[in-house]
Design a protein around this ligand. Structure first.
Ligand code: ATP
Ligand code: MG
Length: 306
C-alpha cells in the first residue's frame, strides 16, 4: 500500500443536534479503488460533501495529500477530481468540444492531455458526436474525463453506477481500475449496492447511521478465504460429529445425513480427510458460500433507513 492520498480523521458532522457522521476514520492510498458502501441515508453523500469542501466538518479533519480540507482548502482541493452532482455539459457541443471548453479554464492542460483522458474513459469512438446523442453511461464517462483533466490524485464519485445497466457498470469498473493503475489515482466511489462494489473495488468500507462498521479487502487473496458453510453428506452423521469433536472441531447436524462445518476451502479439505480416515463415507460436499452481500445485509440489516 502506498501513502494515503486521503485520510479521514475522526470526521464528525452534526446538524441541529443530530449526528450525521460519527468519528469516521479511514485512509485511502494512491492506486486504490475504494468503495464507500452503505444503505440509503447512511451518510455517504454527507461525507463526500465534506471531502470536497461543500460542507463544513463539525470536528475531526480530512487530509488530502497531507493538506487539510478545512485549513488548507486550496492546496487540498487541487488534488481532487469529483462528480458529486450531475456535471454540467453542453448538449449541443460534442464531447470533445466540452472537454476543450473545460480544459481552457485550467492552466496547463494540453490537447494531448484531452486525448489521453478520452482514451482512459474509452470514449474515442464517440467523442466527436454531440453530447445529446450520448447514452447515460457515455455522459458519465465524459464527466469522469472532465474530472480527471487536471490529473487529480483523488477521484471521488458519488453513486456512479446509478442508472447504469450491468454492461455499463462493467465498463465503469474497467476504466476506473485502468485509471487507478495507469495514473495512480485513488478512486473513492460510493454505492448502496454491494454487488457492484465487489466488481470494482479493492477495498470496501461499510457505513451505517454515520458510523464505520467495517473495512474489508475484496480483490486478491481474501476472496478464497471467504467463510462458507460446508455441508457434508455422510453415511453416519453421529460418528462424523464424534470424529470432528475428537479433533477439537465443531460440527452441526443438519439432519438427513448432513453435517455442516464453517470455514474456508482448506478447512473443507481437512475435514474431508478426517472423515475418510475416521471411516466415514462421504457422499457429497457442498459449500454454501456466504457472499459479501449476505454479510453486508447481516451487518446492516433490520435497521432500515437511518
Ligand atoms: N443538510 C442536511 N441537514 C440535515 N440533515 C441532513 C442534511 N443532509 C443530509 N442529512 C441527513 O443525513 C443523513 C445522511 O444523508 P446522506 O445523504 O449523506 O446519505 P447517503 O448515504 O448519501 O444516502 P443515499 O444512499 O440515499 O444517497 C440522512 O439522514 C439525511 O437525512
Ligand atoms: Mg447519497
Amino acid at each position: 500500500m502506498g501513502q494515503p492520498i486521503v485520510r479521514l480523521q475522526d470526521v464528525t458532522k452534526r446538524i441541529g443536534g443530530r449526528t450525521l457522521i460519527d468519528k469516521l476514520t479511514l485512509d485511502v492510498p494512491s492506486g486504490e479503488v475504494f468503495g464507500f458502501l452503505g444503505p440509503n441515508g447512511a451518510g455517504k453523500t454527507t461525507t463526500i460533501r465534506m471531502m470536497v469542501g461543500l460542507m463544513s466538518i463539525t470536528s475531526g479533519d480530512i487530509l488530502i495529500d497531507g493538506h487539510s480540507i478545512s485549513n488548507q482548502f486550496e492546496k487540498a482541493i487541487r488534488h481532487v477530481g469529483a462528480i458529486v452532482e450531475n456535471p454540467e455539459m453542453y448538449k449541443y457541443m460534442s464531447g470533445y468540444q466540452n472537454l476543450i471548453h473545460f480544459a481552457r479554464m485550467i492552466p496547463g492542460i494540453t490537447s494531448h492531455r484531452v486525448r489521453e483522458v478520452v482514451a482512459l474513459v474509452g470514449l474515442e469512438g464517440r467523442i466527436h458526436d454531440k453530447v445529446k446523442t450520448y447514452s447515460l453511461g457515455m455522459r458519465q464517462r465524459l464527466g469522469v474525463a472532465q474530472a480527471i483533466l487536471h490529473k487529480p490524485k483523488l477521484l471521488i464519485l458519488d453513486e456512479p453506477t446509478n442508472g447504469l445497466d450491468p454492461a455499463g457498470i462493467r465498463e465503469l469498473r474497467d476504466y476506473l481500475r485502468n485509471m487507478a493503475r495507469q495514473e495512480g489515482v485513488a478512486v473513492f466511489v460510493s454505492s448502496h449496492l454491494l454487488s457492484e462494489m465487489e466488481l470494482m473495488c479493492d477495498r470496501v468500507a461499510i457505513i451505517q447511521n454515520g458510523r464505520l462498521i467495517d473495512v474489508r479487502s475484496i480483490q486478491g487473496t481474501d476472496k478464497s478465504a471467504v467463510i462458507a458453510r460446508i455441508i457434508f453428506e455422510v453415511d453416519r452423521p453421529e460418528n462424523a460429529l464424534e470424529v470432528l469433536a475428537a479433533s477439537g472441531l465443531a460440527g452441526i447436524s443438519e439432519g438427513a445425513g448432513m453435517v455442516a462445518v464453517e470455514g474456508d476451502k482448506a478447512f473443507a479439505a481437512q475435514v474431508n480427510e478426517l472423515f475418510v480416515k475416521g471411516g466415514i463415507k462421504v457422499y457429497g460436499i457442498r459449500a454454501d458460500i456466504k457472499s459479501l452481500e449476505d454479510q453486508f445485509l447481516e451487518m446492516t440489516g433490520g435497521e432500515g433507513i437511518g
